[in-house]
Design a protein around this ligand. Sequence first.
Ligand code: ZN
Length: 283
Amino acid sequence: MLIDTHAHLYWESYQNDLDLVIQRAKDAGITAIINVGVDIEKSREALQICEKLDMSGVEGYSTVAIHPHEAAKYISNETLKNDTQQLEQIYLSNPKKVVGIGECGLDYFFESNPGFIPPSITIDEVKVLQKKLLQAQVDLAKKLNLPLIIHCRDDRSKDPENSEAWDDTLEILGDQSAILHCYSGLSHNTSYILHTTNLTVSFAGNITYPKNEYLREAVKLLPLDRIVLETDSPFLAPQSKRGQRNEPSSVKEIAELIADLKGVSFEEVASQTTQNAKSVFNI
Ligand SMILES: [Zn+2]
């Protein structure tokens, strides 16, 4: 029994063989998949795919949100208000299936994706817009009593232990329940998380990459009752499939490595992380 808490099954690369992808997930023991939205349209598509998942015998759930890469579109407060209302409408259309607000957050790693900043605004202005966009979604999560799925990224080449994006994110989140998606393993964040009760971390396929020893250290430091599993499909394929399209079945490989690192059985990792995901998403 495994849950993939973060996949994007509406992605174009699944257009031709989604049935097979779901079947392989089922064969790998995945019982539920959370399909994560990144903008209004994708949040709608994420919800639509739940039906297909349910019919295939894997429980389908979705989340709604606007990704920080979209922040430059929200210079007008009116646009932000309208779009936040649209996210709420998607939730209200099927509150049993829409189980969270995500992925939203802050992404200050601008060099990795220069395309998302229009030349007319500065980096500092984009940061302000990202914070405003995140705050609106934290407010929505509070209003609807839903957990958040947080995307937070900074430029690791600067000073990995001194992350402005993380400081800002944790401040805006406050004590709202949230999953830190694709956890980046900074040691001062791990200590912070250990002192909270509202934060759960989600590990993805990048814990299997040879150079990511710091992530495996974070796996060892965090107790199993604070961890959930994700694939971020179609991204972040584990080492065995690196560079290829990822899919939810590979959540098994992540669970196996976590079991190994913690010196516990695969079954224990599967059952505890499944219980954690069910409790965060109230499913
Ligand atoms: Zn994602």
